[in-house]
Design a protein around this ligand. Structure first.
Ligand code: PLP
Length: 420
């Protein structure tokens, strides 16, 4: 068909490689030195060291909670697992989860032998829709896990009210949303638990790592024990109070993460400021809809996401992203398939051939995990485009993103509309 689009033989908007991608943490020489000092001290383990404890207390201070309310652990998945384990579901109990998220939001539910019940999402943000959550609650529901996808706030006020009304826990998965806010209040403090990840691509990182914040001191104590084999170390005898894991973070990981907490506000603030520039460039573009962040709310912008309208552009998100990538901007599409369509869930590949916990005695029969379960989530494959976001994108980087998206959308919309 030929034309200006780089994907069809035209000149790309940008030829220079795009910076950062998924691997752009800001690690300074001082951070490296902090790790070297731990190595030199030869105490790499949290018991006997000071860095993991300091990370927990510093994070607690950042979130305005007591120092005992935060537990460090070895990954974001572990962070969610700490929360689920503290809820302590019976086998076959149910926990509501969103379908569009990292599998790490759902693995802990299965690991504790609870059943993940998928609720549908808002078709603009792909965060949980409280009305659909309400429809999927049952007598077996013990918790709701909400994910602040890409750093955008899920409707936590509504979800917290619903959870309270129905007597279930609210677990906020903030792996992508540190220092994000609703009504000025930090995400992770609306629910009973807030769970954070320090994996490589996140706003602050130790390569791997997690932090969980608990509202109730008792829950915090249970999380701490769960992360350490159920072992109460302060007690006089070596014992194990309940089944737990070894999810301990090392001193090395805490040493590199700790100084990043001082810079986190600046990182999120700059991401927000960079995103506002792109918002302005994409405003009013036919076939492209950027979800607005409500007044008083703040996204942490792990990724910058927007929806395209295939009806207006004549292509789905995959085709659109391909054309934008040809322009030199690494736009992705779809994020993840709805998790219930992946083999682990659709085929119930869990523990041997048992299909446990779906087959737990007394478990309620669940609908098949197949197409149609969460229709709004299933539109992500056709509509959702997203781009790894970074605080150090220059104005020129952001402008190139805006120009590439604008160029492709404008050409496609004109083509789809037909000759004038
Ligand atoms: C929303 C969400 N939840 C949970 C996780 C799991 O975190 P981790 O990869 O650190 O285990 C991630 C990580 O990518 C995530 O994005």
């Amino acid at each position: 068909m030929g034309g200006d689009l780089a994907g069809e033989g035209g000149e790309p908007v940008r030829r220079a490689a795009f910076p950062y991608g998924d691997t752009g943490p800001e690690i300074t020489a001082a951070d490296a030195q902090a790790v070297a000092a731990v190595v030199a001290g030869r105490q790499l383990w949290r018991y006997g060291g000071t860095k993991v404890r300091e990370l927990e207390t510093t994070f607690a201070a950042l979130y305005g909670v007591g120092p005992g309310q935060v537990a460090a652990c070895s990954s974001g998945t572990a962070a969610v697992h700490l929360a689920v384990a503290a809820v302590d579901p019976e086998p076959g109990d149910e926990i509501i989860v969103p379908p569009i998220t990292d599998f790490g939001s759902v693995i802990p539910v299965l690991a504790q032998n609870a059943i993940p019940v998928f609720a549908d999402v808002d078709p603009e943000t792909y965060c949980l829709d409280p009305a659909d959550v309400a429809r999927r609650l049952s007598v077996r529901t013990r918790a709701i896990i909400c994910v602040h996808l890409f750093g955008q706030p899920a409707p936590v006020v509504e979800l917290a009210a619903l959870a309270r009304r129905r007597g279930v826990a609210l677990i906020e998965d903030c792996a992508q949303a540190p220092l994000a806010r609703v009504g000025g209040r930090l995400l992770g403090t609306f629910g009973d638990f807030g769970c954070f990840s320090m994996q490589q691509s996140k706003h602050f990182t130790a390569g791997e790592g997690g932090l969980t914040l608990a509202r109730e001191p008792q829950a915090a104590q249970r999380m701490r024990l769960f992360a350490d084999k159920g072992w109460p170390r302060e007690g006089p005898v070596r014992t194990h109070l309940f089944l737990g894991m070894n999810y301990r973070l090392t001193e090395l990981q805490a040493a590199v993460a700790l100084p990043q907490l001082d810079r986190l506000e600046g990182i999120v603030g700059r991401r927000q400021q960079r995103a506002a520039r792109l918002d302005a460039l994409l405003a009013g573009l036919a076939g492209v809809a950027v979800p607005p962040t409500p007044e008083g709310s703040r996204s942490a912008y792990w990724q910058y996401g927007f929806n395209i309208d295939p009806g207006v552009l004549g292509l789905d998100a995959g085709g659109f992203a391909r054309l934008v990538r040809a322009e030199g901007v690494p736009l992705a599409s779809g994020y993840v398939p709805p998790l219930y369509l992946t083999p682990a869930l659709a085929e119930r590949r869990t523990y041997g051939g048992s299909a446990y916990p779906f087959t737990a005695p007394g478990a309620r029969p669940q609908p098949a995990f197949g197409p149609g379960l969460c229709p709004a989530a299933e539109t992500a494959a056709r509509r959702l485009c997203h781009l790894a976001w970074h605080q150090n994108y220059t104005d020129a980087d952001v402008d190139d993103i805006g120009r590439a998206v604008r160029k492709v959308a404008t050409a496609l919309a004109a083509r789809a509309a037909g000759p004038a």
